[in-house]
Write a protein that binds this ligand. Structure first.
Ligand code: CTP
Length: 155
């Protein structure tokens, strides 16, 4: 019988931490199915992603460690997903340690170590900082131009 592994996540701005987790999850069994948080579900958690659900699902589905993706629309669909996909392992990164122990009556529940020093939140912060740096550069360039214009127009 095939050993099916199931996991969930937003997987926005797909990064190496995601890849490493998916690789290790796939190695736990024969097939990996991934629930991708829908935009509406993210909104209900007060989160918004850069890429839409369709884009995130397409990206994760293109990963060679992933066999199937499906939408995650609510917190309480996990038991029916485990049954639907015949999953014998439910696994997440260890930022979720203990949060899904109630699923242990349906399958094995594992929490894998996260890759250190990378997250979507961190990437977003760094990119917005670059934007601010650019704005500062443009502002100072504008002041330089204004100074030059002043010297040209002063009689
Ligand atoms: N993950 C991981 N290592 C990382 C980042 C994420 O193993 N450095 C795992 C998470 O533990 C989760 C899955 O990847 O099981 C999807 O996580 P997601 O929340 O989409 O990624 P994050 O980068 O943690 O995003 P955010 O900063 O928005 O929480």
């Amino acid at each position: 019988m095939l050993k099916i592994v199931i996991t969930y996540g937003t997987f926005d701005l797909f990064h190496v931490g995601h890849i490493r987790l998916l690789k290790r999850l796939r190695a736990l069994g024969d097939q990996l199915v991934v629930g991708i948080s829908s935009d509406e579900f993210n909104q209900s958690k007060g989160k918004s992603s850069f890429f839409s659900y369709e884009e995130r699902a397409e990206i994760v589905n293109a990963c060679k460690y992933v066999d199937k993706v499906f939408p995650e629309n609510s917190w309480d669909q996990k038991v029916s997903d485990i049954e639907k996909y015949g999953a014998s392992i439910f696994a997440m990164g260890d930022d979720w340690e203990g949060k899904f122990d109630h699923l242990k009556e349906f399958c094995d529940v594992l929490y894998l170590a996260r890759t250190e020093d990378i997250s979507t939140t961190d990437i977003k912060k760094k990119l917005s900082k670059f934007d601010q740096d650019k704005i500062n550069d443009l502002e100072s360039a504008l002041y330089d131009i204004m100074d030059i214009v002043k010297t040209l127009t002063v009689k």
